[in-house]
Design a protein around this ligand. Structure first.
Ligand code: ADP
Ligand code: MG
Length: 498
């Protein structure tokens, strides 16, 4: 029956899925064909089936013949779940959609918040008549699904800004994120009492938003009396602009200074350089801080690199803890892929995980995107995940990645620049003419691939991590002291970014 599929698909999610599949189909099919064949169809989800009601047999057959694989593929891409597709002729096809909407109104947000707070799971399940009803079950007392999601509904999302997908349970801790994770957990367990503010910074797609959300969800579950507010720096700015425009700054201040106990601001770098926003944020910060209410911020760069950040804010950010999140190493990337595969019930062979993790090193968002493409393709063509499939499907990404940045590319460039062989860079030879290029290559790998020291050592013929640390330090020092070396590195960096 459909319960397992439905486990964390609340009615709003089901509804959103229906809307999204319709939207996606609109973009994949020409307007003319869409109007002719798909517009008359009514999509709805019934347990583990996508129901398509069409007004006549002709349209049914046309969709069956022409659009079934597309619909199946897109449904899987959107939901990562297997839906049966049931297409039938129904005279009042138009009513089906209406009925789906009505029943979603029955979904009680309040019941769900309570359930969430008590660690219960709220699932919309089909009743005997096939219509949806809300059931609250305590079958999963931790409140998290097997992939770590919390069933957070639209209403919780609206009042707190939190996304149920990003929990501590679904976060894979690796070398680059260990520190941030520990700090985030400490803050979530003792809000306002450990690090205040906590600022997490790092490159895109590395899990900053995920950790910020996880803090909010954990506090919501363990301290339901605390009011959690999560917004982005951009939303904060826009709300302020509107407040000024509509003369509602009093309400704005009340909301942020009195109406919340935990303030989570994602991408706070956005407010840098915006005078009035920084001013407002400064006072909000002080009010919250003085009453020991928790503030957590994320940013794509460290406060010292936020050129337009007001000094008084920069100094306040330093009152708490600043933690940087780094690119995960290959082992962590593999662990993330495994977790992802497990959560959607797909078998992921070791060599496939290894290849993907080696090829996609930019960030976790790219890695997840690639995995979604791969699994959707395997599902559609009913084939197993294999390295051949990875190569075939991800050719674009892999090409892009390997020409962009990789150990091979950095080593090849450095070797060509210094007229040595790549093999020499990986050898144990200690002549200066080889040792120095090797050290420069190691330095560039650290800087651009954000690889761990042991990982770099591995790619240079199995050198010890202390050798790599020594090399990186030596070159960092050399850049300041040796103009010729500095010039070589600048040239290499230019070629790397070409
Ligand atoms: P950022 O805010 O740093 O740009 P996100 O938090 O949006 O990055 O993360 C991008 C994607 O990668 C999200 O889907 C997130 O769930 C996933 N992700 C990032 N880090 C991890 C991790 N350590 N474990 C599991 N998933 C992760
Ligand atoms: Mg983010």
């Amino acid at each position: 029956m459909g319960i397992s599929v439905d486990f964390f698909m609340e009615t709003p999610v089901v509804e959103a899925l229906v809307l999204r599949i319709v939207d996606v189909l609109k973009t994949k099919v020409s307007e003319f064909k869409y109007n002719q064949w798909l517009r008359p169809a009514r999509f709805s989800i019934d347990g583990d089936s996508l129901r398509i009601d069409v007004p006549n047999k002709f349209i049914r057959d046309w969709i069956l013949d022409h659009y079934l694989p597309l619909i199946r593929y897109e449904m899987f891409s959107l939901s990562q779940r297997e839906f049966k597709i049931a297409i039938s002729v129904s005279e009042n096809a138009a009513d089906t959609q209406g009925a789906a909407r009505d029943s979603s109104a029955a979904f009680s947000a309040k019941a769900e918040v309570n359930a969430l707070v008590q660690g219960l799971t709220c699932t919309p399940a089909p009743d005997a008549s096939g219509a949806r009803a809300v059931v609250v079950s305590n079958a999963y007392p931790q409140g998290a699904a097997k992939d770590g999601r919390l069933p957070v509904s639209a209403s919780v999302r609206r009042t707190t800004g939190l996304n149920g997908k990003y929990t501590f349970e679904s976060f894979v801790v690796g070398s680059g994120s260990q520190f941030c994770h520990a700090a985030a957990l400490a803050v979530a367990e003792h809000p306002g009492r450990t690090y205040n503010p906590l600022l997490i910074y790092g490159g895109v797609g590395l899990g900053k938003t995920h950790l910020l959300n996880a803090i909010g969800l954990r506090i919501l579950a363990t301290s339901p009396q605390l009011r959690v507010l999560s917004i982005t720096g951009e939303q904060f700015t826009n709300e302020l602009i509107n407040a000024i425009r509509y003369e509602t700054t009093y309400e704005f201040r009340k909301k942020y200074r009195e109406g919340c106990d935990v303030l989570l601001i994602d991408d706070v770098q956005f407010i840098a350089g915006k005078e009035r926003t920084q001013e407002e944020f400064f006072h909000t910060f002080n009010t919250l801080y003085e009453s020991r209410r928790q503030i957590v911020l994320t940013s794509d760069r460290s406060p010292k690199d936020m050129a337009q950040l007001e000094e008084r804010l920069r100094s306040r950010f330093n009152w708490g803890l600043i933690a940087d999140i780094q690119t995960p190493d290959t082992e962590t990337r593999i662990a993330i892929l495994r977790r992802r595969a497990e959560s959607i019930g797909v078998f992921l062979p070791d060599d496939v995980a290894q290849l993907m993790a080696e090829k996609i090193r930019t960030n976790i968002r790219d890695l997840e995107g690639a995995f979604t493409r791969l699994s959707a393709f395997a599902h559609l063509y009913k084939c197993a995940l294999s390295t051949d499939l990875v190569r075939k499907i991800l050719q674009d990404i892999v090409d892009e990645q390997s020409t962009l940045l990789s150990f091979d590319r950095i080593q090849a460039l450095v070797a060509a620049h210094f007229k040595v062989a790549v093999g020499d860079l990986k050898s144990a030879k200690r002549y200066r003419t080889i040792a120095e290029p090797r050290q420069i290559a190691m330095y560039l790998c650290k800087k651009y691939l954000k690889a761990s020291f042991p990982e770099i050592g591995h790619h240079f013929g199995g050198k010890d991590h202390s050798t790599v640390i020594h090399a990186v330090r030596k070159i960092e020092k050399g850049i300041g002291e040796n103009p010729a070396m500095h010039e070589s590195i600048l040239q290499l960096e230019k070629s790397l970014s070409a």
